[in-house]
Design a protein around this ligand. Structure first.
Ligand code: ACO
Length: 447
């Protein structure tokens, strides 16, 4: 078995599961009764272990979209969607947002504990010294058309890292796995900024070692070769906070994708590249870009009412982007933090953006509309992050890329955890086949 890199999960003393809850459930299939054990998490819903079901009854289970299915055991992140709770390794997101920084959070997610001063310094130093991208990657990026979406360039260039770093592809070696994780956290911002600069025809900036993680990224994005970049600490602080809030979100679509690809034994660069492509969709991380497009489309505050009416009309495919969440059926705790930050950033930067008026009117209208209240459709993290990114002068096509930079910390933490999971198996769901029964081939003249 592979060497365990993460600390053991909390013990039962911390458990909050109802002690009176069931230890097993019995499923009756015809005249056969199957006792299925109930697994107890340290926090959250108990889970019926159905792994014996098929063997004993021949039945599969069906759960489209995995709304009630746990795909793995994980000690990284906990969400209580009804109470609006988000914990990274047990720490409430509100405390991390107030006191920590993104790189410390990345360490926490990867290693399970907050670092000592010395451990943090060593981690920061290691990340800093892995931020360069191979010079040949420039040629690779130049193969793209200038108007390529930066998410396409990011996914492709992250996948290509596996062609450059053969020395971290032995998944049996814990040191190689750790180094691959560091490389991903370090290089994703470099690749992201390079993709952006390529798309606007600016020369790629090399990462600076004399500044922190977020400042380095801002330099790579915005510094002109001809003049130094004047850093605004409000911008750097806001970005750091957004990276923290985006860092992990348990088994969301992109993280589950990373784990699914990882379960095949694919290398970490390929696994994270797959996560990036999953994040791109507008139902997931692509929503922040979609929010801005929607606000632009709505245009002015007086059109908000029509937009809300359209969102409620089932014959209209229009949905309010940035509203609703698969897990949060209460206010997304990250959205609460970002909402406050949005007002602060806009105030401090002196931004007077008419789209913000549209956004605030939309938020107000949806929060008191019966349709949204009944379905518990609250603004999610993407609703506000798009507005902040706009205020920070991050171009709209880069919004989901920004999300990917933060989420890389979570992806690598889950990938590392999965690699030492003794129960890890290749992810291979079943299906309900709805096609034809067997039939005979007919030549073209007989069809
Ligand atoms: N606008 C209007 N109606 C909505 C919206 C919305 N944004 N979201 C959900 N609904 C409605 C659905 O039509 C459905 O109505 P019904 O019960 O009358 O049929 C009900 O609310 C439940 O919606 P589902 O789609 O079943 O909810 P699900 O949990 O599958 O989807 C999702 C969650 C994908 C986030 C959805 O709310 C959505 O598409 N939101 C907009 C896109 C978005 O903001 N995505 C970002 C998610 S957060 C993230 O990835 C960081």
């Amino acid at each position: 078995m592979r060497q365990v890199a993460c600390p053991a999960p909390p013990t039962k003393e911390h458990a909050v599961s109802d002690s009176k809850a069931l230890d097993q459930v019995t499923l009756t299939a015809g005249d056969k009764a199957v006792a299925l054990p109930v697994l107890k998490p340290t926090l959250g819903n108990d889970c019926v272990d159905i792994s014996r079901l098929t063997k004993e009854t021949g039945l599969f289970t069906y759960d489209s979209g995995f709304t009630a299915t746990a795909s793995c055991k994980s000690a990284v992140t906990y969400i209580d969607g009804d109470k609006g709770v988000l914990l990274y390794r047990g720490y409430p997101i509100e405390q991390l947002a107030e006191h920590s920084n993104f790189l410390e959070v990345a360490y926490l997610l990867m290693n399970g504990e907050l670092p000592s001063k010395e451990a943090f310094s060593a981690f920061e130093n290691e990340v800093t010294h892995h931020t360069m991208m191979h010079e040949k990657l420039k040629n690779f990026l130049q193969g793209f058309n200038y108007d390529a979406h930066p998410m396409a360039m990011l996914a492709a260039s992250v996948a290509s890292l596996s062609a450059f770093y053969h020395d971290t592809l032995d998944l049996e070696d814990p040191e190689q796995r750790r180094l691959a994780a560091i490389r991903l956290i370090a290089k994703v911002p470099t690749l992201a900024a390079a993709a952006y600069r390529y798309s606007i025809g600016w020369p790629i900036r090399y990462p600076r070692n004399n500044v922190g993680y977020v400042d380095r990224f801002l330099h790579m994005m915005f510094e002109l070769p001809s003049e130094p970049l004047e850093m605004n600490p409000v911008v750097a602080k806001a970005l750091d906070l957004l990276f923290i809030l985006h860092a992990d979100h348990e088994q969301n679509a992109s993280t589950s994708t990373v784990r699914l690809v990882g379960s095949t034994g694919a290398n970490p660069y390929a696994s994270v590249a797959a996560g990036i492509t999953a994040l791109w969709g507008p139902a997931h991380g692509g929503a922040n870009e979609a929010v801005l497009k929607m606000l632009d489309e709505i245009g002015t505050a007086d059109k908000v009412e029509t937009a809300v009416a359209r969102a409620k009309d089932k014959s209209d495919p229009f949905r309010l982007m940035g509203f609703g969440h698969r897990v949060y059926k209460n206010f997304d705790p990250r959205a609460k933090i970002i909402r406050e930050m949005t007002h602060k950033v806009l105030g401090e930067l002196g931004v007077d953006d008419p789209l913000l008026e549209v956004a605030m009117k939309l938020e107000e209208a949806a929060l008191k509309d019966e349709y949204f209240v009944e379905r518990k459709l609250y603004p999610n993290v993407d609703f506000y992050s798009g507005i902040i990114y706009k205020a920070l002068k991050i171009p709209t096509e880069m919004f989901t890329v920004m999300f990917a930079i933060g989420r890389t910390a979570g992806w690598v933490a889950h990938w590392l955890e999965q690699q030492v999971d003794p129960e890890m198996k290749i992810g291979r769901p079943r299906q309900i086949y709805t096609g034809y029964d067997v039939r005979d081939y007919k030549g073209a003249g007989d069809r």
